[in-house]
Design a protein around this ligand. Structure first.
Ligand code: ATP
Ligand code: MG
Length: 280
């Protein structure tokens, strides 16, 4: 994308490495925020293997392609999922979005603005990898959550992801979720090791926002296409995600009420866009 999309109130989940839990955490974080009465849109920004709808148990009939080709709005192409979470499946339309001709821009800008006005949070589930087309969506968000699991390959890929976001896009602040932790102590230990590596080489700040335990019930929920926060909100993984949602809401609501600047662990992409052209 030569010019950047900008989402407000948006949280990107990224990892570098595949299969570490981005989609399940995205879907369940969206549902957990919804349970707190927040209006939530989940944007599935995985072009090749969009599957948030499967985890959510819904079947979208339209995608971003219909916005670009058939002049639909993002609201038109969204699907309402569990508890009213709105899902937008980017799918292959994201490829076209990268090269959108200028005459389509104002319509898209309008459409994203309309969407943002209808929700408190946009959760962006991204694909594995560190290609431009993945990171363009990550940097479009004002908060970035990096998912790591306690294995070297995950550290290497997550580090590469942070390095590009930091060096290419000047982002300093990253939230970290440790997934598949054995217990809280293990989660903290994994975070500390990862933070140590990143902060040794990069001038980036990492904040541990959650540890999500290894949870057999999550496998069951995936097999049933029924998100764990709905299937069993008391399951260990669900509880951790619900706690994360509550802390996000608590922080964001208190900041909204205080009209104070964002806390230090909000990505600097949360700065208001001074160009006035927030999208594309
Ligand atoms: N906390 C957990 N406990 C147990 N299993 C988990 C946990 N988190 C993820 N998994 C397992 O990992 C699988 C992959 O998760 P998910 O699809 O959310 O990863 P992803 O990062 O989105 O993958 P991709 O990079 O392919 O998009 C899940 O189907 C589930 O079986
Ligand atoms: Mg995924």
């Amino acid at each position: 994308m030569g010019t950047a999309i900008k989402f407000r109130n948006a949280i990107a989940l990224a990892s570098g490495k595949g299969g570490v839990g981005k989609t399940n955490i995205s879907v369940n974080l969206a549902i957990a925020l919804r349970k707190l009465n927040k209006r939530v849109t989940l944007f599935d920004a995985d072009m090749a293997l969009a599957n948030a709808h499967i985890v959510m148990g819904v079947q979208p009939t339209m995608t971003l392609v219909d916005v670009l080709d058939h002049e639909k709005s993002l609201m038109d192409v969204s699907t309402i999922g569990p508890l009213g979470v709105r899902l937008i499946s980017g799918g292959s339309g994201l490829v076209e979005l990268m090269n959108v001709p200028s005459e389509q821009r104002s319509r898209l800008i309008h459409s994203f603005a309309e969407l943002e006005a209808t929700c408190d949070y946009i959760i962006v589930d991204t694909a594995a990898g560190i290609e431009d087309n993945v990171l363009e969506f990550v940097r479009a968000c004002n908060r970035i959550m990096i998912i790591v699991v306690g294995e070297p390959a995950a550290f290497i890929d997550a580090y590469a992801c942070i390095k590009i976001l930091h060096q290419t896009y000047g982002i300093h602040n990253f939230d970290v979720i440790v997934n598949r932790s054995r217990d809280d102590t293990h989660g903290i230990d994994v975070f500390k090791r990862f933070k140590g590596i990143v902060e040794r080489f990069l001038d980036a700040n990492l904040y541990h926002v959650a540890s999500i335990p290894e949870d057999n019930q999550l496998h069951v929920s995936v097999a049933r296409c029924n998100p764990i926060t709905i299937m069993n909100p008391d399951a260990p993984s669900a509880r951790a995600i619900i706690t994360l949602a509550a802390s996000l809401v608590k922080t964001d609501d208190s900041q909204t009420n205080q009209t104070a600047p964002y806390s230090s662990h909000k990505s600097e992409t949360s700065e208001p866009d001074k160009s006035g052209d927030r999208l594309i």
